[in-house]
Design a protein around this ligand. Structure first.
Ligand SMILES: [Cu+2]
Length: 332
């Protein structure tokens, strides 16, 4: 079957690369010690600095994308990951004829890494520029206050193309997921980035939206991001998650709400992990915007949970054909 760009095959490759970055960053970091992990000052000094190069490129169809190597830009861009306390130094190569930048959510940066025209922080056409993103662990501040760490499911995007406010790049596909993990977090087998953007998912409409695939029982990490000018709700069929930082309950008394639907509005993001098909079995499951006119308008896609051995479960092929609009059902 045909896999559109942004399909799981693409994502797997990108995830591997991202995981490689993550693993490289973990080298040389001391294991967490016992005692009060939050006492003292921000634990930035404990982290490592990683340097990556990202290429902003023009893509067919008037789209733009970020990629980790020349010719590999995608929509959405690669999943970028760091551990709390780490610093990410991003050298952004602008191969396009447009002014653009990379602007993160959730991490710390100075004005010169803001990625906005306001701070003259952008790449002119053909220019290369470095942006520095810092993260921190939770720490005990004065006045018995805990300052939050950076861990979370965040995102990054262009903030310089087109207008004074730099809104044109997001519309053309310059966006991606940024994950800041806490040391000890469980790593997934697969990652899916889902961007609800105006009436599109990853700048595509059904039936050309990504079909994400996993085998029964695989640990799947979803990163959901909202962009554009409309308000959305993200719904995943037959799977639930805890509405907290990781999507997992951390004990029997964890008060987090368990949900299967969550607001996904412009600029917001969240993520969670599920075991594919746990308790419900394999099959073709939908994910979609739950604003009814939006799902009718093309904001839906498939999460194909294969059998544990990778084979197709009964009925899945038919469901995929039905989704793609060429059903061969007999009537009468
Ligand atoms: Cu919607």
């Amino acid at each position: 079957m045909d896999h559109p760009a942004g399909s799981p095959r693409h994502l797997s490759r990108r995830s591997l690369m991202a995981t490689g970055v993550l693993a490289a960053g973990a080298v040389g970091v001391a294991a967490p010690t016992l005692g009060n992990p939050f006492a003292g000052t921000p634990a930035q000094a404990a982290g490592v600095t990683r340097r990556i190069t990202i290429y902003a490129e023009q893509l067919p169809g008037g789209l733009f994308g970020y990629g980790l190597a020349p010719g590999q830009a995608t929509v959405p861009g690669p999943v970028l990951e760091m551990y709390e306390g780490d610093t990410l130094e991003i050298t952004l190569v602008n191969t396009t004829t447009q002014r653009l930048s990379i602007h993160p959510h959730g991490v710390d940066y100075r004005t010169d890494s803001d990625g906005s025209p306001l701070n003259a922080s952008f790449n002119n056409p053909g220019e290369t520029r470095t942006y520095v993103w810092r993260s921190r662990e939770m720490f005990l501040a004065s006045g018995r206050r805990f300052m939050p760490g950076s861990a979370g499911y965040w995102h990054y995007h262009d903030h310089a193309m087109g207008t004074d406010h730099g809104t044109a790049g997001v519309a053309k596909g310059l966006y991606g997921a940024l994950i800041v993990r806490r040391r000890g977090d469980i790593l997934p087998d697969k990652q899916f980035t889902v961007v609800f953007h105006d009436m599109m998912i990853n700048n595509k409409m059904a039936p050309n939206t990504p079909m994400f695939e996993a085998n029964l029982g695989q640990r799947v990490e979803w990163i959901a991001i909202g962009h554009g000018n409309l308000f959305h709700t993200f719904h995943l069929h037959a799977h639930r998650w805890a509405d907290n930082r990781t999507g997992m309950l951390e004990g029997t008394a964890d008060p987090s709400h368990v949900i299967d639907n969550k607001d996904l509005n412009p600029g917001s993001s969240f993520g969670f992990q599920v075991l594919a098909g746990e308790g419900v079995g394999p099959g073709a499951w939908m994910y979609h915007c739950h604003v009814q006119s939006h799902s009718d308008g093309g904001m839906s896609g498939l999460f194909l949970v294969r059998n544990a051995d990778g084979s197709m479960p009964p009925g899945a092929e038919e469901a995929i054909h039905r989704f793609q609009g060429h059903t061969h059902e007999q009537h009468g």
